[in-house]
Design a protein around this ligand. Structure first.
Ligand code: G3H
Ligand code: 13P
Ligand code: ZN
Length: 309
């Protein structure tokens, strides 16, 4: 199985009422955990790389490891640029073998966002690379992605239609109340599903993307806090809401925080319970096993993408 773009993946996901998990990768253990989980459950998957992940690990390492994972596991996989900040970064990723890119110009005014997205689409489509864009802005702070909640706003459904027509993007990330990071809601967790339904009614068959969709499992937070961490008020998107979204027009669900939390909890636990351990394989191996279980849980109970490869 070679790497694929997201076109067929999303078409099947839309019609089948499930979503593809898009997991952020930075290192070998995460890549192995996600691809092994997907392979064992016969699920398609998207591995996504942010600009800061590219700066941390360097494209040749990440691409080399992703190719190795495809070879080893035979998984159906798209390699995607997450939150591409400009044309140059998108072009570099297209040129070095990514099968999908996101241009995130959501902080620009509507026309400029559409114009820049169209430019990326024109380039990427020459190489059969699919393009995700974003309209509306998410609250939350996460390294490269930093939007104060005062400036976060929901996606307007009529604008979404106009934007897709103007830009030609293959999928669209929308803002319906999710946010990046581990502190998403201080009160009741609610998403604007009415906006999602309205967009779906206006653009039937069009794939929608949900960013900031980690669930921040309280049991994992408890482990982190029990073993020296301090993440008391962490909260994420409840799984049943994500399952509902994936049965609607949402074809791609982005999760990074839940991978980070699983890894952190596992490593903290090893350090606290076995203070004599200093072999990185012991704690990174434990982290890899827990990430794999997390991804298997997502595929089965949140995405519904098992046996869909
Ligand atoms: O949405 C952002 C992702 O979680 C990537 O975060 O820029 O810290 O790699 P990052
Ligand atoms: P989370 O922070 O909720 O995991 O969202 C990740 C994301 O949207 C990556 O683009
Ligand atoms: Zn995101």
């Amino acid at each position: 199985m070679a790497m694929v773009n997201t076109r067929e993946m999303f078409k099947k996901a839309y019609r089948g009422g499930y979503a593809i998990g898009a997991f952020n990768i930075n290192n070998m253990e995460i890549i192995q955990a996600v691809t092994e989980a997907a392979a064992e459950l016969n699920s398609p998957v998207i591995l996504q790389v942010s600009k800061s992940a590219l700066e941390y690990a360097h494209a040749p390492y990440l691409i080399g490891m992703v190719r190795a994972a495809v070879e080893e596991t035979g998984v159906e996989l798209a390699l995607h640029l997450d939150h591409g900040p400009d044309f140059e970064t998108c072009k570099k990723c297209v040129d070095c073998g990514f099968t999908s890119v996101m241009i995130d110009a959501s902080s620009l005014p509507f026309e400029q966002n559409a114009e820049l997205t169209a430019k990326v689409v024109e380039y990427a489509h020459k190489y059969d690379v699919t393009v995700e864009a974003e309209l509306g802005r998410l609250a939350g702070i996460e390294d490269e992605v930093n939007v104060s909640s005062d400036h976060a706003f929901y996606t307007d459904p009529a604008d979404a239609v106009k934007f897709v027509e103007l830009s030609g993007c293959d999928s669209l990330a929308i803002a319906i109340g999710t946010s990046h990071g581990a502190y998403k809601f201080s009160g009741k967790a609610e998403l604007r599903m009415d906006i999602l339904r309205e967009i779906q009614a206006l653009m039937p068959e069009y794939p929608i993307v949900l960013h900031g969709a980690s669930s921040v499992d309280p049991k994992v937070i408890d482990v982190i806090n029990e073993f020296g961490g301090n993440m008391k008020s962490a909260a994420g998107v409840p799984e049943h809401i994500l399952r509902e979204a994936s049965s609607l027009a949402v074809c791609k669900i982005n999760m990074d925080t839940d991978i980070r939390l699983a890894m952190t909890a596992a490593i903290r636990k090893v350090f606290a319970q076995k203070p004599d351990v200093f072999d990185p394989r012991k704690y990174l191996g434990a982290a890899r096993a827990d990430i794999k279980e997390t991804v298997k849980h997502k595929i089965t109970y949140v995405l519904g993408s098992d046996n869909k490869a």
